[in-house]
Design a protein around this ligand. Structure first.
Ligand code: HIF
Length: 289
């Protein structure tokens, strides 16, 4: 009789293999759900992970990816977060399949997965984020405003603890995805391959001619040759500012250098404000490894 009793079970402590299973499930959904935008939810997953992280304020230690407070109305409704419900909804079936993972760890893991699955560099990852309640929502205005100039870029990313080089490295993520008139008001993609991460953003910025787009929407640039690509005012600052431009030129010249410095900067972004219990970081296997 004693032998038939259920063994006392400790709490489930997920290991690397368990998080890799979550990665695999997100990667599979990315491949399956190819009817969205340019054929992938990848870009909007990267934007979700970055907007969860980019609220960090180094001075007060508030904001950042710990908490997943964008689930709640005040933060989810901030203008900068328009459209990110598509990304959060996309992840719901994964959360249901792996209820043990926190939303905050899942959003960042999914950003990592999206970057790797879109042929970007490996992004080291560690779990440890906890979900927090509505009282941890950050005030509006912490995410960047695309209509502004270099001083705004430096103020926003400086507040998170980034230097000029890291700001430019991060900017390369605009190789991915597009602007939507019903979200930000801006329109169009930055590159011809918006679901593959390369240094094309820097190449196009430096090599194409850009002019103001003539339309009723917010001020944005279009490429003179095809008029099918766009740059935000903040994107153009990356080649107008001498220090920013120096890094843009390095990245345009060498995709490997871009990948290395991009990976470091993104890994840092995704960990801002998280009180980790472990030093060890993991590298997930991509679906094509
Ligand atoms: Fe973006 N960004 N970003 N961004 N962003 C948009 C879309 C994406 C800024 C503005 C916008 C970063 C910095 C800045 C991605 C990733 C990153 C859009 C369009 C705007 C307006 C939203 C829409 O209409 O759907 C500004 C002002 C930034 C500071 C200069 C990061 C570096 C580039 C930190 C970053 O990683 C991604 C990916 C998208 C595409 C989303 C999509 O749905 O396709």
């Amino acid at each position: 009789l004693f032998g038939q009793q259920a063994k006392p079970k400790g709490p489930f402590v997920p290991k690397f293999e368990d998080y890799q299973k979550v990665y695999d499930a997100v990667a599979k959904r990315l491949a399956d759900e190819d009817d969205y935008d340019d054929g992938s939810y990848g870009p909007v997953l990267v934007r979700l992970a970055w907007h969860a992280s980019g609220t960090y304020d180094a001075l007060t230690g508030t904001g950042g990816s710990n908490g997943a407070t964008m689930r709640f109305a005040p933060e989810g409704d901030h203008g900068a977060n328009a459209g990110l419900k598509a990304a959060r909804d996309f992840l719901e079936p994964v959360k249901e399949q792996f209820p043990w993972i926190t939303y905050s760890d899942l959003w960042i893991l999914s950003g990592v997965c999206a970057i790797q699955e879109m042929q970007g560099p490996k992004i080291p990852y560690r779990p440890g984020r906890t979900d927090r309640d509505v009282s941890f929502c950050t005030p509006d205005g912490r995410l960047p405003d695309a209509s502004k100039d270099r001083s705004h870029i430096r103020a926003i990313f400086g507040r998170m603890g980034f230097d000029d080089r890291e700001m430019v490295a991060l900017s390369g993520a605009h190789a991915l995805g597009r602007c939507h008139t019903d979200r930000s008001g801006y329109d169009g993609p930055w590159t011809f391959s918006p679901t593959t991460l390369t240094n094309d953003y820097f190449k196009l910025l430096l090599e194409e001619k850009w002019q103001w787009k003539k339309w009723n929407g917010p001020k944005q640039y279009e490429d003179v040759k095809t008029k099918s690509l766009m740059m935000l005012p903040t994107d153009m600052e990356i080649i107008k500012d001498k220090t920013f431009r120096k890094h843009a030129e390095r990245y345009a010249k060498d995709n490997e250098v871009f990948f290395r410095e991009f990976s470091d900067a993104v890994a840092k972004l995704f960990e801002l404000g998280v009180p980790f219990q472990t030093e060890e970081k993991w590298t997930f296997k991509s679906s094509f490894d």
